[in-house]
Each structure stands twice: as structure tokens, then as C-alpha cells.
Design a protein around this ligand. Structure first.
Ligand code: FES
Length: 87
């Protein structure tokens, strides 16, 4: 199974949400940066991950962390590559 970044794409009207905080742009930036790094990783849009006020949120799988406040695709991938290298 390729590593998969499940990016919350939920939008909540009148409340904080990941899509309202830029998660769709983040997903596109992650796909571009993954391609630039030539990684066999997938990016999927996910339903609400139940941390709406902390978005954009993503859950890395398999066994990866839940990340909050993700606005920088480069920083997200740097962090995940370091974490997965340690395992
Ligand atoms: S809207 Fe993204 S965690 Fe709920």
C-alpha cells in the first residue's frame, strides 16, 4: 500500500472547516510536490476528521500521524518523510 495523505475536504457553513481554510489548495500543492519528489504517495480527499477548528487537517496512512494547521505542502512532506524514515 502506498502512503496515502487523506486531506479533509469538508466545508461547514458558518463554522471553521478545512475546505474553508484552504485544504483543497493544500491537496493540489501536495500532489505537485509529491510528483516533484518522485514519491509513490497518494493524496485523497476525505470527509471530516473531527478536528474542524484546527484545519486544514490530514491523516497520513498507514500508521502516520494526524496533522493540523497544514498550510505548507513542502513542510508537510518534509515532516512525514522524516517520521517514516525513523520507522
Ligand atoms: S472540517 Fe476538517 S476536520 Fe472537520
Amino acid at each position: 500500500m502506498n502512503p496515502t495523505l487523506n486531506v479533509c475536504a469538508n466545508r461547514r457553513m458558518g463554522a471553521g472547516s478545512c475546505a474553508g481554510s484552504g485544504s483543497l489548495d493544500l491537496a493540489a500543492a501536495l500532489k505537485a510536490e509529491i510528483a516533484r519528489r518522485n514519491l509513490a504517495w497518494d493524496v485523497r480527499l476525505s470527509p471530516c476528521l473531527a478536528h474542524c477548528g484546527q484545519g486544514p487537517n490530514l491523516k497520513a496512512a498507514p500508521g502516520g500521524p494526524m496533522l493540523h494547521g497544514c498550510t505548507d505542502a513542502v513542510a508537510v512532506l518534509d515532516q512525514l518523510q522524516q517520521e517514516w524514515r525513523r520507522k
